[in-house]
Design a protein around this ligand. Structure first.
Ligand SMILES: Nc1nc2c(ncn2[C@@H]2O[C@H](COP(=O)(O)OP(=O)(O)OP(=O)(O)O)[C@@H](O)[C@H]2O)c(=O)[nH]1
Ligand SMILES: [Mg+2]
Length: 308
């Protein structure tokens, strides 16, 4: 995901190669390259500013270690800062006791909520967790059918009450059903809107207040770029999220949304979507994200599933 970013970051290391130490003046140029690389990767401007400032302080305060050039030291500082911002390890999904674990999916239109609901159910099955999917999108005519079809495909039941019942009520009854059936996890799919819209937010807030989910996951399309930061902020302020699912990372994305979304929400990215198929969801491992491609970074970053 960050391949393009690490390519661009190469320019930053070059600024320090051959120097004998990191100084105010040479770090300035390297930082300018870092800033440019992040902006070109579509990381939000404010997030970039904070990031660069942190790296500057750490770079200037770093002790010189014999045998390690300033460029390598700088790579390590940038790497560590990326890992610090993104979190150290994978953040697992809640597993409530007593069950069911209640998961609410939220996000703008077309970001991949309905697909993610099915993908998540499939993931959970691998952990022997059975699920009930709940269809509350009564606004788009084919939305309920879409979830029902996905449910059939993966053999997971879907709770729906048609399009004439209020989404809050559908969610409430869906959770009651999961409880009665002693299902491990209930995943509530919700309607998306083109833009942040007060009605959508109010409805989501009502669903959340009613079902009291253990997880409220914001589904963000990685292609959203700069805007990802603003919408994350709004969802976080108005609804409150416990994590995000970043979708469409298989596309031509510059990956910067990951950094923005993580920083602004203050919550972990729990999964990434890497394709249209129901299998195409991976737990997100932040410590793998900044393995710089040319291998000069010695961090033993994890290249597991989702190691990007
Ligand atoms: N390439 C790719 N496509 C994806 C991914 N996730 C979802 N999609 C596609 O994105 C489109 C929208 O996905 P949906 O799951 O319907 O999105 P949604 O958020 O439920 O949309 P609304 O219900 O209209 O708000 C579909 O064509 C999906 O196949 C992904 O990770 N990669
Ligand atoms: Mg949908």
């Amino acid at each position: 995901m960050f391949e393009a970013l690490s390519d661009r970051l190469d320019g930053a290391w070059k600024k320090l190669r051959g120097q004998d130490k990191i100084s105010e003046s040479n770090v300035q140029e390297a930082l300018r390259e870092v800033r440019r690389a992040l902006l070109e990767a579509d990381v939000n401007l404010q997030v970039v500013k904070n990031f660069v400032e942190e790296v500057r302080e750490k770079a200037l305060g770093a002790d010189v270690v014999r045998g390690i050039g300033p460029d390598q030291l700088f790579i390590k500082i940038v790497h560590d800062e990326l890992v610090r911002v993104m979190g150290e390890t994978n953040a697992p999904l809640a597993d409530a006791n007593p069950s069911p674990t209640i998961i609410l999916l939220a996000g703008l239109q077309g970001t991949g909520k309905t697909t993610a609901a099915a993908k998540l159910a499939l993931q959970l099955r691998k952990q022997n967790r059975d699920t009930l999917l709940v269809a509350t999108d009564i606004y788009r005519p084919a939305a309920i059918d879409q979830l029902v079809t996905l449910g059939k495909q993966i053999d997971v039941p879907v709770f729906e009450l048609g399009t004439e019942v209020n989404p809050v009520e559908i969610a409430r009854q869906g959770v009651a059903q999961a409880r009665a059936d002693q299902v491990n996890t209930v995943i509530i799919d919700t309607a998306g809107r083109l833009q942040i819209d007060p009605e959508m937010m109010a409805e989501l807030a009502r669903i959340k207040a009613t079902v009291q989910p253990h997880e409220t996951l914001l589904v963000v399309d990685a292609m959203t770029g700069q805007e990802a930061a603003n919408l994350t902020r709004t969802f976080q302020e108005e609804i409150g999220v416990t994590g995000t699912i970043l979708t469409k990372l298989d596309g031509d994305t510059r990956g910067g949304a990951a950094l923005s979304v993580r920083q602004i929400s203050g919550q972990p990215i729990k999964f990434v979507g890497v394709g249209e198929k129901v299998e195409a969801l991976q737990p997100f491992y932040p410590d793998g994200l900044s393995d710089f491609r040319d291998g000069r970074c010695s961090h033993p970053g994890r290249k597991g599933p989702g190691g990007v």
